[in-house]
Design a protein around this ligand. Structure first.
Ligand code: ZN
Length: 486
């Protein structure tokens, strides 16, 4: 049924990609792909280990003449994101991924393709089975649950891998070599929701801030986007300076790893001040529309009459909350001193929710430098300690600090130039990669990440560029051939 891709070159790579497409492999349900890898190892007489977390490691000795080379780890992840179009009938736990070719792209039929990271697995298997490819000792590491928790990388034991050079095959832009990523953590503040009766002569209003673009709290944090939590709070803070208002409800932002796109509040205003309050709301709307006219053209700010709420926050809590949200940092905290235009450290004020008996404020921090990640997390925490909130911080996951002098980076960049007469781009990303965890468990591991071009990853539009897959394959082989002597 997937025969189309079997006519592509390099044929063994596409053979294995096709095999992997047949195996359901949602995150945290990797038993079948793990069993397939184990059977592969057995039938090729390669030693294979399944660690207690569920990661698979296959070892292969060097090809003739390459016995004295350093060991290289080829790393990819077994799971895939399972997304489909509403009209597509597909059971990700049982059905194979159906592929098709469209121009220079391999695509699925209404589902994610799983080239992220099936193509990394396929390339590795094609290398492991070959008796003509030149390489030193190889450790092929297949991790579980990269997509929803980095569970496999978290669970690596420090004695599993012998090699100290790692090539991560999970990047999505051919021609780019990745040498760093951000670690992350969450900081969550909680306050008791103390309420009182609505003050006399107050009228209720609903404030709605919508139409922002949102975006990924790492990749998009430096794009000048509006934060709905911040913009709503700025309005309320200034309103409280000028008018007698009381806050009944705030529901702002949503996911911890997304920039807040929408924010809503219900407040009451003294009836003598309604006219001035509404005039202030209009003025505020025009101010923020002007500030964000380039990055947030669809921004909408509305103030409209609401039904009377049951209660409002006690006054001291309102002041504390608005002050702390105003003081809480959001956005880029530091740019990298090693890589031009790379965000090193950032924080995202993600959401504010009034629950049954408490107010929950969720934030997340990222940095490629561990100490800077702790620093920005503590900066956010102390904003909320000042109003006596309870603050909890997650352990988080470590970043991968870019090392422009890395030996495997130099070797890979030279190989790329030799093969394609072009310099690769050298980059780091302000989001998580498994390399961050590997580096924390194996200090001194020399790492680089590259892959073919994949567009629309994590969506049914996921597609794999065929020409870039050929280049990815050639680069991988050229790097293996040139790994230095021990
Ligand atoms: Zn991936």
């Amino acid at each position: 049924m997937n025969d189309e891709i079997l006519s592509l070159e390099p044929s063994r790579l596409w053979h294995y990609f096709n095999e992997i497409c047949k195996i359901p492999r949602p995150s945290k349900k990797e038993a079948r792909i793990a069993a397939y890898l184990r059977n592969f190892a057995v039938s090729h007489q390669l030693p294979c280990y399944l660690d207690e977390t569920g990661n698979v490691l296959i070892r292969k000795a060097a090809s003739a003449g390459f016995e004295n080379r350093k060991t290289v780890i080829l790393q990819s992840h077994m799971d895939m994101v399972c997304e489909k179009n509403a009209e597509t009938v597909h059971d990700f736990e049982n059905d194979p991924i159906l592929t098709r070719i469209e121009g220079n792209w391999v695509k699925a039929r209404g589902t994610t393709l799983g080239a992220d990271d099936g193509i990394g697995i396929a390339a590795t298997l094609a290398i492991l089975e070959s008796d003509t490819i030149e390489h030193g000792p190889i450790e092929a590491l297949f991790t579980m649950d990269e997509e929803t928790g980095l569970t496999g990388a978290f669970g690596l034991k420090p004695d599993l891998l012998k090699g100290r050079i790692l090539i991560n095959l999970d990047s999505e832009d051919e021609g780019q070599l990745f040498i760093g990523c951000a670690g992350g953590k969450d900081t969550v503040a909680t306050l008791p929701l103390e309420t009182e009766e609505i003050p006399a002569n107050h009228k209720p209003y609903k404030i709605s801030l919508t139409g922002l673009r949102g975006g990924h709290s790492g990749d998009d944090i430096n794009k000048g986007l509006g934060n709905a939590v911040k913009l709503l709070n700025r309005f309320l803070w200034n309103a409280k300076e000028q008018f007698e208002i009381a806050i009944a409800d705030i529901n702002a932002g949503n996911l911890r790893n997304a920039i807040a796109r929408e924010a809503f509040a219900v407040i009451t205003v003294h009836s003598d001040q309604e006219k001035d309050f509404l005039a202030y709301a209009l003025k505020y709307e025009s101010e923020i529309k002007s500030e964000y006219r380039i990055t947030e053209p669809a921004l909408s700010f509305k103030t409209e009459p609401a039904t009377m709420p049951g209660s409002v926050l006690v006054d001291s809590l309102q002041t504390d909350l608005l002050d702390a949200l105003y003081a809480c940092p959001h956005g880029v905290i530091a740019m990298s001193r090693e890589i031009p235009d790379f965000v090193e450290t950032s924080t995202n004020l993600a959401s504010v929710k009034f629950m049954d008996k408490k107010i929950v404020i969720t934030t997340s921090q990222r940095s490629s430098v561990e100490t800077a990640k702790k620093d920005v997390g503590d900066m956010v925490a102390s904003t909320f300690y000042m109003i006596n909130a309870d603050v909890e911080q997650s352990q988080g996951y470590p970043g991968w600090k870019p090392d422009p002098d890395s030996a495997i980076l130099r070797l890979t960049a030279d190989a790329y130039l030799r093969l394609f007469q072009q310099e690769p781009q050298i980059l780091a990303i302000h989001a998580g990669l498994e390399c961050g965890l590997v580096g924390a468990i194996y200090p001194g591991m020399d790492m680089v990440s590259f892959g073919p071009t994949i567009k629309g990853a994590h969506s049914p539009d996921e597609r794999l560029d065929i020409d870039s897959t050929v280049k990815f394959w050639k680069l991988t082989l050229e790097v293996l051939k040139n790994i230095p002597i021990v």
